[in-house]
Design a protein around this ligand. Structure first.
Ligand SMILES: Nc1ncnc2c1ncn2[C@@H]1O[C@H](COP(=O)(O)OP(=O)(O)OP(=O)(O)O)[C@@H](O)[C@H]1O
Length: 523
């Protein structure tokens, strides 16, 4: 692998990288930095924790140092916490330049942000919604001289989902010059390649380090088959075991909803676990405070929704627990990617109930990489044993390095626990959870959520009642489509499910038998 110096980076930047502990470039950095320095657009797809941030921060700083002005670079990212994390990398690596950066995210004072933007910072790091708000409401800053537009977690930014950025992106793309360099990065770019290509038109360079799997080899991926009703007892048992065995380990637990996140946090605290919650129903200052406490290991357990699934880089995280099986394999890839970063080891445990078995199969299917094979040739400074695949339409140079040494297991392995120990705490956990649910009802959590939603809509100039109607209609269509899809999927998965269900049944019978024996013994 070439050294940073050989990639065309200036000595001051190489030294700055070295001081940050980046002594040799990772493959995504070695492959993407030279074409970016040549002035090309770049689409970089590499596994979680492989150093994609520095792959764009370093060349942007190098070009900025040659002709510094503001606003020179705009970085868009889907979450507020990630925006601050990227800003920090720019700040540290760009220190010798006296780099001025500005973070523009929702939930914080808009006036202060407008003032900062008017002072022409070199780099703006923003979430699309808040930046679009600024562009719509003020003319005190301009993005017209922008040299670099970076979309980190680019596929998420273009995705249409519950947080849909497309309208805001349209506003932003109108405000940036057509003559610019566009850099797009993510661990899961390939599915949205066509949409992304329309953003990057300047001799785009697409790089994907494909191996047999989309997750890192250092990650031990497990699943835990649990009946829905006893899920929390398993969770408490798992955490207790990890804490007893590894005092210094940090754990992230992903949940499906904000409410579940809140309840689990309350519950774990009642069991005296050092946990904090992170979800979008919290005030921004609370969110930052929670993350800071977790990062500094004051609290060893972070319970979060998917707001923390992408990009967050916390080296101490050894364990990721999926309290629910993610509905989308892509989300699974990002969630479990919060551990086993930069060559470290980590373990992920996904809780699978009787209703989620088909999702596990979908995940296993998705984490297998299927490079689009065309012609094969050897390229530049790659080792002979690496096979390089070149494919895609003529205007895009697509280079995929295929790591043929990977011996990764493609299937998730079962995680075994001592069920008797789970049984011992089952009642206590369930009662505690119920207590927390009642406490939360008194806190009007659902009502607050509804009010917040309506407030947000009014701020966005939408009529909440009309929106509700539209959503209901959309949900109806979605339900119909889903039903059809489910039917097809069900037929395909029936055989596999039957096997798993038998296993589950045996497990439950075993638990029941033990339960009875337990009761007898107690008598
Ligand atoms: N060349 C390098 N040598 C050693 N460590 C590195 C190098 N480049 C980056 N790192 C470290 O690797 C970690 C992960 O980097 P980064 O957050 O950029 O990953 P990523 O690819 O963006 O992951 P994700 O897809 O989860 O966002 C960081 O702690 C970073 O400091």
């Amino acid at each position: 692998m070439a050294a940073f110096r050989e990639l065309g980076l200036a000595p001051w930047l190489v030294e700055q990288a070295r001081q940050m502990g980046l002594s040799r470039p990772t493959p995504v950095q070695a492959s993407c930095i030279p074409p970016i320095l040549q002035g090309r657009d770049c689409l970089g797809c590499a596994k979680t924790g492989s150093g994609k941030t520095a792959a764009f921060v370093l060349p942007v700083l190098q070009v900025l140092s040659e002709d510094p002005y503001g606003i020179f670079c705009l970085v868009l990212t889907p979450t507020r916490e990630l925006a601050y994390q990227i800003a920090e990398q720019f700040r540290v690596l760009g220190k010798p330049l006296g780099l001025k950066d500005c973070v523009v995210v929702g939930g914080l004072d808009m006036v202060a942000q407008a003032l900062e933007l008017s002072r022409k910072p070199h780099v703006v790091i923003a979430t699309p919604g808040r930046l679009a708000d600024h562009l719509r409401s003020s003319n005190t800053f301009s993005l017209k001289k922008l040299k670099f537009l970076v979309l980190d977690e680019a596929d998420r930014l273009l995705e249409q989902g519950c947080a849909d950025f497309t309208a805001d992106l349209e506003v932003i793309l109108e405000a940036v010059p057509a003559r610019r360099q566009t850099l797009l990065f993510s661990a899961t770019l390939t599915d949205t390649l066509n949409e992304l290509k329309s953003l990057a038109m300047n001799r785009p360079f697409f790089w994907e380090a494909a191996s047999e799997v989309r997750t890192v080899d250092e990650l031990d991926q497990r699943y835990l088959l649990v009946p829905e009703a006893v899920k929390d007892a398993y969770l408490v048992h798992l955490i207790q075991t990890f804490q007893d065995e590894h005092e210094d380990w940090s754990i992230i637990i992903f949940t499906k909803t904000c409410k579940e996140c809140q309840i689990l946090n309350m519950m774990l605290r009642k069991f005296s676990f050092p946990s904090v919650a992170l979800h979008s129903m919290m005030k921004q200052r609370q969110r930052f405070a929670a993350l800071a406490k977790f990062k500094s290991s004051i609290f060893k357990i972070l319970i979060a929704t998917d707001v923390a699934a992408r990009g967050l880089d916390i080296p101490t995280v050894q364990v990721v627990i999926n309290h629910n099986t993610p509905g989308l394999p892509k989300i699974y890839i990002h969630r479990v990617g919060r551990t086993a970063r930069a060559g470290r080891n980590g373990i992920s445990i996904t809780m699978v109930t009787q209703y989620d078995i088909h999702l596990v199969h979908a995940i296993e299917e998705e984490i297998r990489n299927r490079p689009n094979k065309c012609n094969i040739f050897y390229y530049g400074n790659c080792r002979r044993e690496d096979v390089i695949l070149c494919c895609g339409p003529a205007e895009v140079t697509t280079i995929i390095t295929y790591d043929n040494k990977s011996t990764h297991k493609l299937k998730l392995q079962e995680f075994s626990v001592e069920e008797k120990l789970v049984l011992d705490i089952l009642n206590h956990v369930n009662v505690t959870r119920r207590e927390c649910e009642i406490e939360l009802e008194y806190m009007d959590f659902d009502e607050k959520k509804e009010i917040n939603k309506r407030k947000q809509m009014i701020l966005e100039g939408k009529d909440p009642d009309l929106e509700e109607k539209r959503k209901a209609e959309l949900a109806k269509i979605k339900k119909k489509n889903n039903k059809f899809r489910e039917k097809v999927q069900q037929t395909l998965q029936e055989k596999k499910q039957l096997q798993m269900k038998r296993k589950l049944q045996k497990k439950m019978e075993k638990m029941e038998r033990r339960n009875k024996m337990h009761a007898k013994e107690e008598k």
